[in-house]
Write a protein that binds this ligand. Structure first.
Ligand SMILES: C[S@@+](CC[C@H](N)C(=O)[O-])C[C@H]1O[C@@H](n2cnc3c(N)ncnc32)[C@H](O)[C@@H]1O
Length: 266
């Protein structure tokens, strides 16, 4: 098999494509990861060089190959009950005042653990009229989220009794595979959304989770995104970010509540 090498010019072009299409800032330290992950795609599609592949992608930004490129560069790591402070905050501070109807957006939901955890919290609190919109740029991650099947080892961080209550043995696959219960899935609708593009059509939300995606963005992209997310919150609504994603420049409309938790002014 002939040797493929990612030249400095190729890497610059990949960086530009990733930055301009999905905001992902690839640092120099990511060069080896980018090279090995993309090499598989270059070979699979029969391109003779990285340069040929990048030229092809540059003019087909909405095709299946571009989606695959984005899927390859994004990190979809997630987990149930991840950063539990936000779920406890929902249960204690948000759900009690939203008994009739609540709309929640899990922006960058990856493989679905986040929106599924939100749905379990809502059902546990007896909220039936909870509507969760879960979005991500990665089609691969969204497909896994829609399938809603996870290995039992992924459920160990959930509160005691929840794995038995909200999951069942998956019909197909290994014994350790668990499927999210239909009652949990029923609260969630999944769709692809690139956070760099317009999401006005989603409407407004009482709570937005946008966690552990802004770490991949540059400061200016983060600032613009937070402004646009704040615009999608109802007055008094909450924005949750990842705990390592401190907002340096808070929009005028948002108040700091506690770590990684912000509230839209009334
Ligand atoms: C580390 S996961 C975070 C999952 C979840 N929010 C959590 O905290 O566990 C980051 C997700 O951001 C998504 N992502 C990256 N860039 C994006 C963009 N421009 N628009 C939407 N999603 C994006 C990736 O596909 C990935 O699934």
């Amino acid at each position: 098999m002939n040797e493929l090498s990612l030249t400095p010019t190729d890497f610059e072009q990949v960086r530009h494509l990733a930055q301009s299409s999905c905001g992902i800032h690839l640092t120099e330290g990511k060069r080896a990861m980018v090279s090995s992950r993309l090499e598989r795609l270059v070979r699979r599609h029969g391109f003779r060089s990285f340069g040929e592949y990048i030229s092809f992608l540059s003019v087909r930004r909405h095709g299946a190959e571009f989606t695959e490129f984005v899927d390859t560069l994004t990190t979809n790591h997630s987990g149930f009950w991840r950063e539990p402070e936000h779920f406890l905050f929902l249960q204690r501070n948000v759900f009690p005042s939203h008994r009739s109807r609540i709309r929640i957006w899990s922006a960058a939901c990856a493989t679905g653990e986040e929106p599924h955890t939100i749905a379990m919290c809502a059902l546990d609190a007896g909220l039936v009229n909870c509507n969760i919109t879960a979005t991500d740029i990665s089609r691969g991650a969204l497909n896994a989220a829609v399938t809603g099947e996870y290995d039992a080892t992924k459920l160990t961080g959930l509160p005691v009794g929840w794995p038995e209550r909200w999951f069942q043995r998956a019909k197909n696959g290994p014994d350790s595979l668990r499927a999210v219960a239909p009652s949990v899935r029923a609260l969630i609708s999944f769709q692809p959304i690139n956070l760099l593009e317009s999401f006005l059509h989603l409407g407004q939300f009482d709570v937005i989770f946008c966690r552990n995606v802004m770490i991949y963005f540059e400061q200016e992209t983060r600032d613009q995104l937070v402004e646009r997310l704040a615009d999608r919150l109802v007055e008094g609504g909450y924005l949750f970010t990842g705990h390592s994603e401190t907002l340096l420049r808070l929009p005028r409309t948002l108040d700091y509540v506690q770590s990684a938790t912000y509230r839209k002014r009334r």
